[in-house]
Design a protein around this ligand. Structure first.
Ligand code: PPS
Length: 175
């Protein structure tokens, strides 16, 4: 069976804006009657990936599980929008092999901006040494080398970022 759906995979630091963008991209696609499912890191970790921690191995397991689900949904024409830190290049490279229509979207918000935003108060705790293996502080984030799309939430509005993604999907003939 030929895969017909696509996966928009948002990767970036905690607080980069992945979830906000993921939700808004999903809404914009639904308004265009494009069938899609939004998969958010925090939600995935309370069910599909419950029990996983933040070691390199656990993060890549998390990424692979979500990738597996995306592959299944895409096969049946359901497009997927994913917001996961997915910090390791090798984990993301695996997805490209596994998902035929994989679109890597780098939410390129600098660490200092994420620390300033600190919406969940996690950076404060991580900087105080209260959270181990926190991405950008005590655990690495390996930036994509050749993402399909780069979004800079500190320079562009949410609606501009959404427009960039929708325009890309239209140019590529995906929608
Ligand atoms: S990963 O690396 O892709 O498996 O991470 P993900 O599943 O996206 O989960 C990230 C959310 O978990 C919270 N959290 C942490 N993030 C990073 N490092 C550590 N140690 C950590 N502990 C908890 C945090 O709320 C992340 O959500 P976002 O939306 O990215 O801020």
């Amino acid at each position: 069976m030929k895969s017909s759906g696509f996966t928009c995979w948002l990767t970036g630091l905690s607080g980069a804006g992945k979830s906000t963008l993921g939700i808004e991209i999903t809404k914009a696609l639904e308004e265009l009657s494009v069938p899609c499912e939004y998969l958010d890191g925090d939600v995935i970790r309370t069910n599909l990936s419950k029990g996983l921690g933040f070691s390199r191995e656990d993060r890549n397991t998390n990424v692979a599980r979500v990738g597996f689900v995306c592959g299944l949904l895409n096969k049946h024409g359901i497009n997927t929008i994913v917001a996961l830190i997915s910090p390791y290049r090798d984990g993301r490279e695996q997805l490209k092999l596994q998902i035929p229509n994989f679109i890597e979207i780098f939410v390129d918000t600098p660490l200092d901006v994420c620390i300033k935003r600190d919406i969940k108060g996690l950076y404060k705790k991580a900087l105080a040494g209260e959270i181990a293996e926190f991405t950008g502080i005590s655990s690495p984030y390996e930036q994509p080398l050749n993402p399909d799309i780069t979004l800079k939430t500190h320079k562009e509005s949410v609606s501009q970022c959404v427009e960039t993604v929708i325009n890309y999907l239209q140019r590529q003939g995906k929608i």
